[in-house]
Structure formats: structure tokens, C-alpha cells
Design a protein around this ligand. Sequence first.
Ligand code: KG4
Ligand code: ZN
Length: 337
Amino acid sequence: MIILGIETSCDETAASIVKAEKSNIKILSNIVSSSMELHSKTGGIIPEIAAREQIKYMIPVIDDALKTANILPGNIDAIAVTVGPGLIGSLLVGVETARTLSYVWEKPLIPVNHLFGHIYINFIDDDLRKIENFPAVALVVSGGHTDLVYMKNIQSVKWIAGTRDDAAGEAYDKIGRLLGLSYPAGPVIEKLAKSGNPKAYNFPRPLIHEDTFDFSFSGLKTAALREVEKEKSLTDEKVKNISRCVQDAIIDSLVTKTINAAKKYNAKFIILGGGVAANQTLRDRFLANLSMLGINFFAPVRNLCTDNGAMIAVAGFFNQNFIDWKNITANPELYFD
Ligand code: KG4
Ligand code: ZN
């Protein structure tokens, strides 16, 4: 089937055409327009600005996705759209566009949970789809979420644990702001960390030795703030060292908790999703730590880790709960279960 996927939960305006059969899933187009440049100046997303930009870009992005894929609206079988979680103004742009197109083109709608998108995009990998050897544990690690979920099979997603305060991406972004880095800070900190001294600071790894799979990252931000405030101006060296030690603390927490959960739940493989999953150091750490354990590891290619329409189309393919245009609603608080 051919699915148009629409994603507008945060600052991106994204649309994609995916051709999906059980044996083969192909992304025919994947267009992402971001208002990030506007937000990088303010150090974070201003919801109203994001939604206004999305209204401008929504139709051109869908048009581009159709043209790039060489697909006419008549050839589409369904429209998958993010209904939550996310910013309400942003979600409404996607949902109301999908509703209108569904009515005009007479195509069914599939409401998609954004978090499922980050998980299911992994299954475009032919090798992964062939694995019938579940269960699996997935780590969704983004700007808004850090969640561990248990997958008994490809259809079943059950929440295990999550962050008690900040998400991992949020920690990167907030600490980036303290360091005067541009938004989003995740990729910038990853780069700076490469030349930082891992022994410069001993930042906390809360809950790491406790009997819980929950995460906590707000203490890390406070610890970094204390170091920043110690000096009048930050030297480049200090920024690199803080970047390195912050990233090491975040990665330690993510990798330790996820592998502990995988062991407890007897997972045959771990999958990653969300913007922070684009971090190569994190991926390398998983690979290194899992090589001795016989647990497989999968993560999407980097441009499919951050928000995009293909992940929504693919999640729609695996969860075909078609609904009528009259019944779709945006839900900013949507979560697992
Ligand atoms: O999934 P995503 O695009 O949007 C949300 O659903 O939140 O994730 C965005 C987050 C931001 O916090 C950004 O700093 C982080 O992902 N991120 C990274 C990297 N690339 C993006 N964090 C660490 N390392 C990266 N390379
Ligand atoms: Zn996301």
C-alpha cells in the first residue's frame, strides 16, 4: 500500500510517501522543512512561531513529497498523521490538513502516536523485519521523551519506564544553552565532546545503580550550571570538557538502563529511536557493550532518527487503525498505552 505520512508535532513540517508491503518497505520521498533557524536564535522553540511557519510550509511540503515520489493523490491508499504527543498548535496544522485531504481525496486516515513513529521506523530494515525472535526492548530518546518500552511482538508496545524529569535531548539542549551553544545543542555537544577531557568533571548519573529503569537528567543540568557559574567567562576548553563529561553521563545512563532492561526482559534485540539516537557515540557504546551479550542492536539511519514523515507512514502501516475524517483529533498529551 502507498501511505502519505504527515508529521508536525514540534517544529518540523514533514511529509513522506512510503510504499509498504510485508516483504518490502520503501521510502519514495521524505521532505522535512524546519523552522529551526528561527528557533536557534531564541535558544528554544516558540510554539506560536513554529505553528505559523508550519501553516506556510504544510501544503508545499506535501506537494514536494508527492512530486518527488512521482505519485498522484489518487494512488495513495491512506494518510497517516501524527495526532500527539506534541505542541497543540503544531499538531493541529498536520491533523487539520490530513482531515481536509482525507475528505477531498476520499482516503482513510490513520492516527499515529509520534513515539510509535520513532520505534517503527526501525522496521524499514529488511533484516530487522525478518527477525521473528522477539521480545525486544526499544529506547525512545528525543527532545521531549526518554522512554523504555517492551515489544512482545511487532504489534505490541508496552511502556516500561521513562524519565522522572528532563528528557535526554532536553538535557543536551538546556546544557547547550548554559554553554552558549546554538539550538538544538545535541549535535553541537556531540562534536565538542570529541576533544573534551573525560576526567575533567565527575557529573552525576542519577538512579544508575538503583533498582528502577527510570531515568533522571535534571541533576546533570544543575551540576553543569554550577561549573559554568564558577568562572566569569567560559573558555573553549571548558566548554569542550563540560560537553564531554555531560555526554558521557547521559550515555552511561541510557546504555546501562537499556541493557539492564533488555537482560531482565530477555530481549533478543534492542532498537533505538528519536533525535538523540542520531548520536554516533551513543550508538557505538551500545554496539560495544552488546557485542558480548548476544543481543542484537538496531538504530535508524541518522536522518530518520529526527522527526520526519516517513516514520509516521511506517508506523501507520504497522498499526492500520483506519478512521473517518470526522473522528480524528489532536492529543498533545498522548503517551504510551
Ligand atoms: O526526535 P526529535 O527530532 O524531536 C522530538 O521528538 O523531540 O529530537 C530532537 C532532539 C533535540 O533535543 C536534539 O538536541 C537531539 O534530539 N539530538 C541529538 C543529536 N541530534 C539531535 N542529541 C545528541 N546527539 C545528536 N547527534
Ligand atoms: Zn520526535
